[in-house]
Design a protein. Sequence first.
Length: 462
Amino acid sequence: MPAREPPLPSDSLSRPQMSGPEERELPIRERRSRSPTAWKGAKMRGPSDGKNSGFTPRLIAWEVTRSCNLNCKHCRAAARHGKYEGEFSTDECFRVLENAAAFCKPIIILTGGEPMLREDIWDIARRGTELGLRMVMAPCGQMVTEDAARRMIDCGIQRISLSIDGATAESHDAFRQVPGAFDSVIAAARAAKAAGLEFQVNTTVTRHNAAEMEAILNLAIEIGAAAYHPFLLVPTGRGKDLADQELPPEEYERVLSWIYERREGLAIPLKPTCAPHYYRILRQREKEKGRKVTPQTHGLDAMSKGCMGGQSFAFISHVGKVQICGFLERECGDLREANYDFKKIWDESPVFLEMRDLDGYRGRCGYCEYRSACGGCRARAYAMTGDYLAEEPFCIYQPKRSENERRRRLPVAPNPFPGERPPRGRAGAPVGGRRPRSGRKRRSRSRAGKGARPDRRTEGPR
């Protein structure tokens, strides 16, 4: 699917593990922090008993089909036009919606591929609406006519997203690799506007179009978009071939700073996506101005988190594989194998649980003072290092807190040998916890005085 971001209604709150020798090289406490269920009594951000504790899905992006009539360079799914085996039937789609609606009321993003290629897409949208879910759609634009927009409204679709990746037909069509794609998306925007259907504009930001962001923003306002959401490229799918088009970290920071500066006084909301450290920049810049970021002063910006994968956001593939997001290609559960029980996967998937345990993040993301607001892009870390808990590769910020301080703040694992003296490790510390303090002060011994320890260097063989 083209990297289109979830369209968000205006009232919404807008979104390989190491093993073997590599894992064993980690300190005991860091190894334990990789398993959120290891410490039953530890104070953690994620559920420690395998149950949902404060983490509820607010957005679910659902790839209802992978078939697509475009051939975009950055497509996460490397989608093509044609039938894909194993896609869900109408009845299976209904079962997924019913299970989700039974425990939460998230925004359901019908995406693809091109979701409008499914003949039953209107039935799926209508069923979700009947269940009280907020249904939105991410079409490519070529099939959005005024009649189609009215049909979306009749089915309960509240908003659609349209991708514009260049301010001109030449730059947009070169990126989408389909002649006429720019004219199609502009026509789709006008059709939605005429029908009274809200739409937002998304842009995948690369070296190709970074200089055009101001012009694309002005175009989005001109055609009547309800919001503008720039996406920072995540190199997955066909996007792997665009690694040379990814913004370097310094330019990435400059673009996010531009978004921060440009958003004030703008006619429409401007929200970056797949760019979690924007929320670090927001707080840094506001602190410089002597302003605190609160819901009362900053609205959704204060309540949104950088990376929401596995914490308030999830992705469902065209064959029912659940992931923390569409860009992190790590299966967290199979809906068919789980009898279409999305809640069970959400509550119990080990990967989802790891996403909620910030103490398990490695590198700078594990001890940064902004980690609760940012969290780093887990998909970008996975794509570039093979470890979804690694630090954000494109963040240039150096945390004030040190790694040693972070380790001191980690919870201590309980004694796994109750009623017994815990076995001692090589350093003399109990396995699974810190060495207990004796309460006595150590006396320093002079080598020359009474009770001096023998000098092994001169003692000779025993």
